[in-house]
Every structure is written in structure tokens, then in C-alpha cells.
Design a protein around this ligand. Structure first.
Ligand SMILES: [Zn+2]
Length: 558
């Protein structure tokens, strides 16, 4: 008996250290950043980080890349690759099929008209000069159309709405969608008043700190300033923009630009032109600093979210293309903004208390005309040619008139009532339209609603991106996919984005700061992975619709 008891005690004492280890495994404490900063650069193609790195200083993008987790193979897994779907994917960790953000615009069948995705007729614009139904340059916007939650929504849900969520951009969609439904404030630039505005979805009047910031009239101080290269001309290698093939922006065709928009004093034309200059990104950074102070972000134990989307690179990119000195200089100067922003955050809150994510909302196609001057197959397709081809084919097959209601996001919306009236089987009408579109030069493939929803698609990246981008309630009936380096041209732009090809889907993805394991990662991933990763880091539930994965490799103590 005694021997047994002794053996039992010995056994227990031998077991104890092992039990102790099992109860208290060695693990890194969950990083609890006080502030999450998500920076989106509008039209930020992956290769910009590599191509321009020699021009960057040590404290901006290079610091993020060197000291952060840099993912070199992040691709959007959806098309169309536009600003609204890109921002929605980042902040919901999801895809248009699930979050419902199928484009910047869409055709609302119930209303019988094309609409801006985030426009909200039930809201009003809130400016420093009071509340208005709209201003000349801005319409009311809200996230009401967004399905599911965002990072910020989940942060606020996790602690009884104590986390603060603030989103800022020049574009309404790039502020409204990142903020999600529970944002404390989302602010965008109004070229009518030359200041930041919101909608009464969020607030009945602008907070004091926004009014104070607007009263500074910072854009006015750039009136008459000259935008020239920040570095010696010999430092720039991308000079394709200096050709007659590029239309240029409201600023003109090439350096140097005097920023007045032909006005004698700041007016709406001037404020519109101002957004095309690097001074606009400096101005947005100053607004972000005002937000940190005005909202006391990162000041308490409840983590806050600040989303900043820099729109200027997109405007410059559309006008001059990705291979221009203008885009190169835009990024050189944005790099300085990022460096200053990191220093500011360190001084104000301490970088050890902050986690930062940086990505782009989409990439961009090189200027087709410049490519075709070389040996590449590249062209801009006339949208009317597409609409007419489908219209004629449907008319010939089924009779009737005005089959095509709209061409939005390269998708034809057909008149369903006319189908019934002409006794046309929807799948057959879609097929007839698709066949006609295939005859238009530059069109590589077509997918019909029936095909997509029943999964009758060949496997591969392109078809996967198409079906991820298709929302049954909001998308069209026939979707045309152009050949690479082709796009359906709309408006006076040198180039654009929107395709399922890598030049539009491939963006940098950088995580930096508290809890992040620094390295260069070559794993295939997506900006939709940012939301679940940040939520994992914060110890909160991921957004409701998320399809992205947690980037486990980048989490320190994994
Ligand atoms: Zn764009």
C-alpha cells in the first residue's frame, strides 16, 4: 500500500511539469494594437513597389516593405477590378458575389436606371456650410447597399461600440465602403466647396475638428503652385507619357504644371484639378492627422480603425498611364507622405501600439495605344459597337426592339419584360447576345448569367474571378471579357482597369507593426485576406461574409 502510494506520488511529481506545460503553453501574448490603420492607394499595381524602389526614401514604402510582412503575390480574386469592389473586398474580406459591390456603378432594374453604387437618395450631404440634398460636385452616399460587415463593424460589435471607426478619402466610395455600416464618420472631398463632407447617414453636422480643418482652406494655398518633378529629370525612366497618344489631365500634358485650372481664384474647376496633384495626398494626410487628434484615435484600450484611401494616383494614372513620369513622381511624393505619416504615428501613439495594412484597390492596364505602337495587341473598344451587335442579333432572332437596357461593368443588362413579351427563353436570349459580342474585335470571351449561376464554366483564374464578381441580384445578363490590354472605352481617359487580368488584379499587400512577422512572402494571397488577418490579430470575429484567409505566416507567435 505504502509502495503504491509512493509510486503514485512519484508518478504525479514526474507528470506535474508536463501538466504545467500543457496548461500554460509557451505562447506570445495576443498583440492588442490600440490603432489599426488601413491605407489603400487607388490604382496601386504591385510592380510600382519594385520599379520605383530606387526612387523611394528609407522611411516610406521601403520601410514598410523592409520592416513589415510584404506579400508579393496578392491578387484580387474577382473582376471587375474597380475602386468600389476593391475597397469592399479589402474591408469585408469578401467578394462581390457576397458583398454585393459589383462595380462603381450598376444598373438598378427596379429603378430602371444606372446608379452609382454608394449613392443614397435617402441621405443628405453634410458640409461645413450646412446640410444639402446635393452639391454641384457631390451626391449623398452611404454604405446601405453593402452586404455584411467590415473590419470596423466587427471591432465595434466586439466591445459595445467603444472602438471608433473613421474613413477618409477624396472619393465617396473609398470612404463609405471602408467605414462599413457602423462607422463613426466617413469623409470625402467635395470639389464644390473645396473641403471634406459626409452624409447624414453618419452625422447631422460635421464635428468641430472637421469644420476647423475645412476653415484652414488648405487647398487654396496650393493655388498657383507649380507641380514639377521632385527629383532631377535624369532620375526618371518612365517617359512614355510624353507622347501625343496620352490625352493628359485637366492640368495639361506634361511637366511643369501650374495649378490654377485657368481660374483667377480657387473655384470648382480648380478644386477638381487640385485632386490630380501630389499636394492633394499631402492634404489628405493632414486631414488624417486632424482625425487622429479630433477623434482621440488610439488613445484608450479599445482599438480604433482609421482607413485612408489616396485617390490621386488613380486620377493621374488614368490620365497619363502607369509608364509616365507623372505616375512615377506621384509615387515619389506619396512615399514622402507615407514616411511623414509613419513618423507622426510613432510620435503621437507609438508604432508598437499600431498595426498598419497597405494595399491597392486594383492595378491598371498600360496605355493601349502606346502598347500597339510597339508589337502588343492592344486597343480600346467602342461600347456602342458592343451594344449594337447584341441589339441587332436579338432583334433578328426574336423581333422586338430595345433589348439592351445598359452596358455597365462590361455586362449587358437585357430587357426581361421584352423576353416574356417576345416569348424568348432567357438562356437562349443570353446566348444569342453573347455570340454577337464574340464577333466584336477585342472581345475574347463571353459568359452568360445562366452559365455563371449554373457553374458551366471552364476552370481557371479568369472564370473564377468572373464568378466571384457576379452577384445574382445586381449583375447583368451577358458579361464580355476583353482580350488582354483591351478595354471598353468610356470617357476621356488614356487607360483604365476593370479586367480579370493580373495587371488589374495584382497589388502590393503589406502588413506592418504590432504582432506582424517581418518577411517577404511569395505565397498566393488576396487583399480579401487583410480583414480576417486583422480580426485574428485583434481577437475579434471576422466580417460576416468573409471568404479570405488569415495570413497566418505573417502573424508573429503563430
Ligand atoms: Zn480608376
Amino acid at each position: 500500500m505504502k509502495r503504491l502510494a509512493l509510486r503514485w506520488m512519484l508518478g504525479v511529481s514526474l507528470l506535474l511539469p508536463a501538466l504545467g506545460a500543457a496548461c500554460n503553453p509557451v505562447k506570445a501574448p495576443l498583440a492588442r494594437p490600440r490603432l489599426v490603420v488601413v491605407i489603400v492607394v487607388d490604382q496601386f499595381r504591385y510592380d510600382f513597389v519594385e520599379r520605383f524602389s530606387g526612387l523611394f526614401g528609407p522611411g516610406g514604402f521601403r520601410r514598410l516593405v523592409d520592416e513589415g510582412a510584404f506579400f508579393t503575390n496578392a491578387n484580387y480574386v474577382h473582376t471587375p477590378t474597380y475602386t468600389a469592389p476593391g475597397h469592399a473586398a479589402i474591408f469585408t474580406g469578401s467578394i462581390p458575389a457576397q458583398n454585393g459591390i459589383v462595380g462603381n456603378n450598376w444598373y438598378d432594374r427596379d429603378a430602371g436606371q444606372e446608379k452609382v453604387m454608394v449613392s443614397d437618395d435617402s441621405a443628405k450631404i453634410v458640409t461645413s456650410y450646412g446640410t444639402q440634398s446635393y452639391t454641384h460636385a457631390t451626391k449623398p452616399a452611404s454604405p446601405r447597399i453593402l452586404l455584411g460587415t467590415t473590419i470596423g463593424d466587427q471591432m465595434r460589435l466586439s466591445n459595445g461600440f467603444r472602438s471608433k471607426v473613421i474613413a477618409l478619402s477624396f472619393k465617396d466610395r473609398a470612404a463609405v465602403l471602408p467605414g462599413g455600416r457602423e462607422a463613426n464618420g466617413a469623409y470625402w472631398f467635395d470639389a464644390s466647396s473645396g473641403g471634406f463632407v459626409t452624409s447624414d447617414y453618419y452625422l447631422k453636422e460635421l464635428p468641430e475638428w472637421v469644420n476647423r480643418f475645412n476653415a484652414e482652406r488648405e487647398p487654396d494655398k496650393a493655388f498657383g503652385r507649380v507641380w514639377d518633378r521632385a527629383l532631377a529629370p535624369s532620375a526618371y525612366q518612365l517617359t512614355q507619357g510624353v507622347t501625343t497618344e496620352v490625352k493628359g489631365s485637366p492640368l495639361g500634358r506634361h511637366f511643369p504644371y501650374t495649378i490654377t485650372a485657368g481660374a483667377s481664384s480657387p473655384n470648382e474647376d480648380y478644386y477638381k484639378a487640385f485632386q490630380y496633384t501630389p499636394f492633394a495626398s499631402e492634404y489628405l494626410e493632414d486631414f488624417a492627422k486632424a482625425a487622429v487628434e479630433g477623434e482621440a484615435l488610439g488613445a484608450d484600450e479599445y482599438p480604433d480603425l482609421l482607413a485612408i484611401s489616396f485617390s490621386t494616383p488613380d486620377l493621374v494614372g488614368h490620365s497619363y498611364g502607369p509608364d509616365s513620369e507623372e505616375i512615377e513622381d506621384t509615387y515619389v511624393r506619396l512615399d514622402r507622405v507615407i514616411a511623414d505619416w509613419l513618423q507622426y504615428l510613432d510620435r503621437k501613439i507609438g508604432l508598437a501600439n499600431i498595426v498598419i495594412a497597405v494595399t491597392g484597390d486594383h492595378g491598371v492596364c498600360p496605355v493601349p495605344r502606346l502598347l500597339s505602337l510597339n508589337k502588343l495587341d492592344a486597343e480600346v473598344i467602342d461600347p456602342n459597337r458592343c451594344k449594337n451587335a447584341a441589339e441587332e442579333a436579338l432583334k433578328a432572332r426574336f423581333g422586338g426592339d430595345k433589348w439592351v437596357l445598359a452596358l455597365v461593368n462590361d455586362q449587358l443588362y437585357l430587357d426581361v419584360k421584352l423576353m416574356t413579351q417576345q416569348k424568348a427563353d432567357p438562356a437562349e436570349a443570353e446566348r444569342v447576345a453573347a455570340q454577337a459580342l464574340l464577333g466584336v474585335p477585342g472581345v475574347a470571351a463571353c459568359f452568360t448569367r445562366t452559365q455563371i449561376l449554373s457553374g458551366q464554366m471552364a476552370p481557371g483564374w479568369i472564370t473564377q474571378r468572373v464568378s466571384n464578381g457576379f452577384n445574382a441580384k445586381r449583375s447583368g445578363d451577358v458579361w464580355l471579357i476583353t482580350k488582354p490590354f483591351h478595354f471598353v472605352g468610356e470617357g476621356e481617359i488614356a487607360t483604365t482597369h476593370g479586367s480579370p487580368y493580373d495587371y488589374d488584379t495584382h497589388v502590393p499587400l503589406i502588413l506592418f507593426g504590432a504582432g506582424i512577422h517581418a518577411n517577404r512572402y511569395f505565397s498566393e494571397c488576396s487583399p480579401s485576406d487583410i480583414a480576417p488577418t486583422l480580426c485574428a490579430l485583434l481577437g475579434v470575429e471576422p466580417p460576416s461574409n468573409r471568404s479570405g484567409r488569415v495570413l497566418v505566416e505573417a502573424l508573429a507567435g503563430r
